[in-house]
Design a protein. Sequence first.
Length: 372
Amino acid sequence: MKRKISILGSTGSIGRQALEVIEKLNDKFEIIALTGGRNITLLNEQIKKFKPKYAYAENPKDIEGAKYATLEDICSNTENDIILVAVSGKIGLKPTLTAINNGIDIALANKETLVMAGEIVMPLAKTKGVKIIPVDSEHCAIHQCIKDITMVDRLIITASGGPFLRKSIEDMKNATVEQALAHPRWNMGKKITVDSATLMNKGLEVIEAHHLFGMDYDRINVVVHPQSIVHSAIEYIDGSVIAQLGLPSMHIPIQYAITYPERFEGIKSRSFSFSEIARLDFEEPDWDKFKALRIAYDAGKIGGSATVCLNAANEEAVYAFLEGRIKLFDIINIVEDTMANHKVIKNPSIEEIFDIDNEIRIKTKEKFISKV
Ligand code: MG
């Protein structure tokens, strides 16, 4: 039987790669819906090729060859066995909750869902018996390593270190947008690439891991691993360490997430060779240079609206950096200042989360970015 899938964000980096996986496994999947933002040409090409029943675009009139449906419609359609949430930003949160409420499994590639509302999303998924399968390479690695979570002592998340790993703090402070976007290992969207340069991305991943695997923050470690071959690891209580390795390609975690618990050859292009890779290096992160990591840990430990604040302030600051309005290091200072001025709300509702998110974005833009 074919697995019925919808992809939210099919024209983005993860969405496009997911369709490449599905193309290879075309007898395994039936696409219910595809959604795009402004890249209508690509969305319509995808509709023509993959023939979904439904599609969403900002302007319904742009869609050719499929029925228009909103993200909410798509996520309430129980024809779906699984929904790949590959949109970026807070737009992913509400549709994900709708899908969970309708008992549809989630392949999750949207960071905001757990960073903003992990305290709501994970318990709801548990109540509804819904699987949340992570797409992010680190969480996918941990998901593959864990057999019995109660026996796991600690999670070890790897970080490539980004383009500034071997640069000084001074170099990083004066970095251009081009330098920040030159990621040595992964080819990703602009926002996440800047987050990878500051290591804020790793901080957000620590928060996601805390929610996904129910692990305390002091039992989640980050280790810098420049080759990006070990995608993450876990240590069991008896000291046994299980790591997941593979070439740095997002096709592998995407395929794992949408075919779980089955495995197929699918997109695999070549065999893994230890001798070709030859060496794997690991080191402690530089906590001064990558202050963002510490700030994210602190926000996670505080919980409640602190991670909403962290995410919103960071996102606005990253956009300001990409527009050339602030320097790379300003991003982290802005986030730190915004966090220091935020009055934390414990157990915020979804509505409160969206209100806080809006408020922080406005405050960040007005109070800090304009002054830099
Ligand atoms: Mg990642």
